[in-house]
Design a protein around this ligand. Structure first.
Ligand code: ADP
Ligand code: MG
Length: 212
């Protein structure tokens, strides 16, 4: 089986004077198309790991290989391009832009590439909106949706550029348990439909039943 992500000997130490070591020579391989969860208690280093995996932060030592490419030698612009085209992010706090509608938020990663939004792109955004069950509220400003709807918008947005990997940091951290189950079901469904590799980090054991 192909590995889409390889972490080799990842170490992370925060701070200069006061050093906090969080990751201690971590090795991890993620299979293409798999649906994964990394479960651990608060403060155990999950966000640190996901930020490094998503190239939002650099490790103190070690290698991150994504799609067979070592990210070590990539500069800031190259990493930004890699993130925009290959990775989809979902966070606990959805980070929707409040002055834009659900549909406009979903289009945002595409807009950031600076390409023209044509009919085909609009069609994809609308398809994703339908898929996550937001057809009726797609023209609502982000602020005028429920927590679950906002997180669904963030999920649709993470898929807009057709990423090969979805990284989710406590995606259901702000949701009740029914909505949490719905969001996990939805993410699993999208993983099946698009063969997107998914990595969810959470302290929530409920996710386990959904994962490979
Ligand atoms: P989790 O996501 O599992 O709750 P984190 O990765 O956020 O854990 O944090 C792991 C540890 O690293 C914690 O002890 C936290 O205080 C520490 N830490 C996280 N970010 C920083 C930072 N920027 N500077 C110093 N310490 C940090
Ligand atoms: Mg965290």
């Amino acid at each position: 089986m192909d590995n889409i992500v390889e972490l080799k000997n990842i170490t992370k130490i925060y701070g200069d004077k006061v050093k906090t070591q969080v990751l201690f020579g971590l090795n991890l391989s993620i299979e293409k198309g798999s649906f994964n969860a990394i479960i651990g208690q608060s403060g155990s280093g999950k966000s640190t790991l996901l930020n490094i995996l998503g190239t939002l932060d650099r490790p103190t030592d070690g290698e991150i290989i994504i799609n067979g490419v070592d990210t070590k030698s990539m500069n800031t612009n190259q990493l930004a391009k890699l993130r925009n085209e290959t990775l989809g992010f979902i966070f606990q706090f959805h980070y929707l832009l409040p002055e834009f509608t659900a549909l406009e938020n979903v289009l945002m990663p595409y807009r950031i590439m600076g390409k023209k939004i044509d009919d085909k792109v609009m069609e994809r955004a609308n398809e994703l909106i339908d898929l996550v069950g937001l057809t009726k509220v797609k023209n609502n400003p982000a602020t005028q949706m429920s927590g679950g709807q906002q997180q669904r918008t963030a999920i649709a947005r993470s898929l807009m550029n057709n990423p090969s990997i979805i990284l989710a940091d406590e995606p259901t951290g702000n949701l009740d348990s029914d909505t949490t189950e719905q969001i996990y079901d939805l993410m699993r469904q999208l993983n099946k439909n698009y063969n997107t590799t998914s990595i969810i980090i959470t302290h929530d054991q409920l996710v386990e039943a959904h994962t490979h």
